[in-house]
Design a protein around this ligand. Structure first.
Ligand SMILES: O=C(O)c1cc(=O)[nH]c(=O)n1[C@@H]1O[C@H](COP(=O)(O)O)[C@@H](O)[C@H]1O
Length: 234
């Protein structure tokens, strides 16, 4: 009960906008996610400065050959992010290299959590079929999730629909980070596999990731606090 924590996605190219959301949301967030829109526009000094003050999930979703991903992650570790992402579809060798790079770059107990993104929450079965994957999102998430965890990922990014099958396959240990969250009645926008904060919490998400339902709200602080309440009572 109430164990699910809230990550607010600061999807903006503006430092001032990101700082405004951080101030408005305040303690209602357990962590803030900075992604490619922010990092590409504002640079990594801005990421480092925010990570010095807050728990930061730096979501750059690396996907390349093992050597390049390993070296890329090594370059990211001094920024001080608590969580980093790679794409699980990069394969076992890439994920193993990523894990080894983080262990080599960071003192024991201080390395960021390595998360593997399984199937993007913006994809449905039809989108998977388009890229030559005949499986359902659920089957593909469990396949990639098992591969990633066995290769060394600490956790997975998945939709709330796959939490139960992932727990059945992999147990309680992998950290499950769940975007594709929409409060009841909210617009899905480009997300396909969605659940409410309460549903994701009851399904067993360790973290939920919420962006636009908070950042485009008239009062982002109130929107974040309402989601916190929903998590607390799930
Ligand atoms: O890795 C992620 O965080 C991620 C994976 C995924 O499958 N789906 C997904 O939406 N995300 C991220 O989660 C956030 C969701 O934002 P909203 O749809 O605005 O709530 C965005 O920053 C996405 O980049």
């Amino acid at each position: 009960m109430g164990r699910t924590r809230l990550i607010v996605a600061l999807d903006t190219d503006s430092r001032a906008q990101a700082e405004h959301w951080i101030g408005a949301v305040g303690e209602a967030a357990d962590a803030f996610k900075l992604g490619m829109e922010f990092a590409y526009a504002q640079g990594f000094d801005a990421v480092r400065e925010i990570a010095a003050r807050h728990n930061v999930f730096l979501d750059l979703k690396l996907h390349d050959i093992p050597n390049t991903v390993a070296r890329g992650l090594t370059s990211l570790t001094p920024l001080g992010a608590a969580m980093l992402t790679v794409h699980a579809s990069g394969g076992a060798a890439m994920i193993a290299a990523a894990r080894a790079a983080l262990e080599a770059a960071c003192p024991a107990g201080e390395r960021p959590i390595l998360l593997a993104v399984t199937v993007l929450t913006s994809m449905d079965a039809a989108a998977l079929a388009e890229i030559g994957v005949p499986a359902s999102p659920r089957e593909q998430v469990v396949r990639l999730g098992r591969l990633a965890v066995e290769a060394g990922a600490d956790g997975l990014v998945c939709s709330a629909e796959e939490i139960a099958p992932l727990r059945a396959a992999l147990g309680e240990k992998p950290v499950l980070v769940v975007p594709g969250i929409r409060p009841a009645g909210a617009d899905r926008q480009d997300q396909k596999r969605v659940m409410t904060p309460g549903e994701a919490a009851r399904a067993g998400a360790d973290w939920i990731v919420v962006g636009r339902p908070i950042t485009t709200a008239a009062d982002p602080g109130a929107a974040a606090r309402a989601i916190r309440e929903e998590l607390a009572h799930a």
